[in-house]
Design a protein around this ligand. Structure first.
Ligand code: AMP
Ligand code: ZN
Length: 113
C-alpha cells in the first residue's frame, strides 16, 4: 500500500532496527519501547489489522507466529513474553498494517501499557 508506514519499513524505504526478515515476514524494534524488549512483527504484505485476516491470507499470520517464536528465543526471553495486536480504534491501533508486539524483559502487568 502506497502510503502505509509499515509497508515502507518492510520495503526498506524507511529505516528501522531490523531483528528478523524472511521472504514474508519482517520484524523490527519499536521506536517507543514499552518494555526492555519491544519488537514489532509484521507480514510484508499489507493486511490492515486482525479484522482483515481471511482464509486467503491467514498463512501469513501463521508465518508471523513462527517468526515470533524464533525471535523470542533469539532475544533470550526465557522468562516469558507477551504478544499483542491492537485492532481498531477502541484498542488504540495507530498503524493500520497488521503487527504483533512482542513485549518482554520485565514482569508485565495485566495492562499492555
Ligand atoms: P499500535 O499502537 O498497536 O498500532 O502500535 C504501533 C506501534 O508502532 C507503536 O508502539 C509505535 O511506537 C510503533 N512505531 C510507530 N512508528 C514507528 C517506526 N517508524 N519505527 C518503529 N516503531 C514505530
Ligand atoms: Zn502496509
Amino acid at each position: 500500500m502506497a502510503d502505509c508506514l509499515f509497508c515502507k519499513i518492510a520495503a526498506g524505504q524507511i529505516p528501522s532496527t531490523k531483528v528478523y526478515e524472511d521472504d514474508l515476514v519482517y520484524a523490527f524494534r519499536d521506536i517507543a519501547p514499552q518494555a526492555p524488549t519491544h519488537i514489532l512483527v509484521i507480514p510484508k504484505a499489507h493486511i490492515g489489522s486482525v479484522a482483515e485476516v481471511t482464509p486467503e491470507n491467514s498463512h501469513l499470520v501463521a508465518r508471523v507466529f513462527e517468526a515470533i517464536a524464533q525471535i523470542a528465543q533469539a532475544e533470550g526471553l526465557t522468562q516469558g513474553y507477551r504478544v499483542v495486536s491492537n485492532c481498531g480504534a477502541d484498542a488504540g491501533q495507530s498503524v493500520h498494517h497488521l503487527h504483533f508486539h512482542i513485549l518482554g524483559g520485565r514482569q508485565l502487568t495485566l495492562e499492555m501499557a
